[in-house]
Design a protein around this ligand. Structure first.
Ligand SMILES: [Mg+2]
Length: 200
């Protein structure tokens, strides 16, 4: 039995794609395609930055999607990965950057799409004064593996000697596997790594 941790957005939940769908591939009326999202913080993408969109305005767009229950799709294939690990008696946790204001919606969404899979859902409040670092939470939980899509968090997590499975996304495109970060294009590759590491 191992403790395995999962990021929520873009690992379990297709938040960005759901936001783009909802707004017909625009972000605050600026045309935006999936491949153009070369920075996870959308307000930092050059053509968005030009419009001087604030972090708060950007967060509000995403919060609306999160609070509108049922509009976010799960990432394809992740239910089988999560279920496979749970069936091997691993203890699974969600560690998300989301804040307490999104707690109810987050728990409800996870329980709808990944019912009874997770021992706890931890909100790290990365965007407010109660912020706790994801990498510290991974460390204190004795996580043996984290699923995470952002480079910044992944580098901090591997610095705690916790390996990371990083799904390939436009904002981590240039980042190669190595140093305990296993970048994957497909769910099948995740399975191979999990088998190799003895988790499946
Ligand atoms: Mg994420």
């Amino acid at each position: 039995m191992a403790i395995i941790t999962f990021d929520c957005d873009e690992v379990l939940a297709e938040l960005i794609k759901s936001m783009l769908d909802r707004h017909n591939n625009t972000f605050l009326w600026i045309p935006l395609a999936w491949d153009e999202i070369v920075d996870y913080y959308v307000e930092n993408i050059p053509k968005i930055k030009e419009q001087k969109i604030s972090f708060d305005a950007s967060k509000q767009v995403f919060d609306e999607v999160i609070l509108d229950h049922g509009t976010i799709s799960p990432v394809a294939g992740m239910d089988a990965i999560v279920r496979g690990l749970k069936n091997q008696w691993h203890e699974l946790y969600v560690i998300t950057a989301r804040g307490d204001e999104l707690q109810e919606a987050t728990i409800q969404w996870i329980e709808t799409h990944y019912p009874k899979m997770f021992s706890d859902i931890i909100l790290a409040n990365h965007y407010n004064e109660n912020s706790r670092c994801k990498w510290d939470i991974c460390h204190y939980l004795w996580s043996e593996l984290m699923f995470e899509d952002t480079i910044h968090n992944s580098e901090k997590i591997i610095a705690k000697d916790i390996p990371v499975i990083m799904p390939n996304k436009p904002w981590n495109k240039g980042y190669e596997s190595g140093n305990n970060i296993h970048k994957v294009d497909r769910v099948e590759q995740m399975k191979e790594i999990l088998v190799k590491k003895g988790f499946l």
